[in-house]
Structures are given as structure tokens and as C-alpha cells.
Design a protein around this ligand. Structure first.
Ligand SMILES: [Zn+2]
Length: 134
């Protein structure tokens, strides 16, 4: 493992996504993004990360280990554009939850219009929380 000038270890594998833009994943931990990449791949529909670690963003989680995934409406063009059958919010939440568990996420938020996934080890483990998107 390479040691950098500041004494820290260089990350082994730089995250490179086939699904997310550089801007979306910027500043997020590679561990989080590798997991999220698997979840996105298996779910099969485009994920929009609408909150993450973005300095100055009022919706920022304040760390690099959490994301919110926007849930699409039936009427959003994303379904048709990708040749997919529209899914309800409830169907998307269920699917994201099941697939996220499979890939090792154990902190999952099922919110009215988004799903929260994080890999914090500081916060309580094996939790699913329910809420209303702001
Ligand atoms: Zn969140």
C-alpha cells in the first residue's frame, strides 16, 4: 500500500462508477460507493443521489458515509426513457431495502420520497427507520 506525503495511506481502489456522475459521488467514501454501485446494478433503475456529502449543501449528511436516493414518481420520464415499467414509491422502497440488506447495508431509512443508506459504524447498527422526506 502506498504511503502519501501526508503520511496517510492511499486508497487501494479509486471508485469509478458505471452509474453515477463524478459530481454525484465526489467526496463520498469509496466503501459506500462500491456498495451502492452493487445495489444500483441489481435494482436496475437509475438512482439519483439527492443528498450526500456536499459542503454547503443544506441537505448534507455531514459525513462521507451516507446517501439519499430519490424515489421516482410514476409519471417521471425516467421509466419510459429506460424501457422500464413504472414502480410506485412503495415498490422502490421495498426493493432498495431488500437489495441494500443483501449487499451489507444495515442502516436504512425508508422515507416518503427517498431512501437513505449509510455505512456508519458509530451510529446504531441494524436499524431501519421510517420518515417523511423534507
Ligand atoms: Zn439521509
Amino acid at each position: 500500500m502506498e504511503i502519501q506525503v501526508d503520511g496517510t495511506q492511499k486508497e487501494e481502489t479509486k471508485f469509478k462508477s458505471q452509474y453515477f456522475t463524478t459530481e454525484e459521488v465526489e467526496e463520498l467514501s469509496s466503501d459506500l460507493m462500491w456498495k451502492l454501485e452493487d445495489v444500483r446494478g441489481e435494482c436496475g433503475w437509475p438512482f439519483k443521489i439527492n443528498s450526500g456529502y456536499r459542503p454547503g449543501d443544506p441537505n448534507s449528511h455531514g459525513d462521507r458515509e451516507a446517501v439519499d436516493i430519490k424515489l421516482w414518481k410514476w409519471s417521471d420520464p425516467v421509466w419510459k426513457e429506460n424501457g422500464l415499467k413504472p414502480m410506485s414509491f412503495g415498490q422502490q422502497r421495498q426493493r432498495i431495502h431488500d437489495v441494500a440488506r443483501k449487499y451489507g447495508f444495515n442502516r436504512i431509512g425508508l422515507e416518503s420520497r427517498h431512501c437513505h443508506l449509510d455505512i456508519s459504524k458509530r451510529l446504531p447498527q441494524n436499524v431501519t427507520f421510517i420518515g417523511v422526506s423534507r
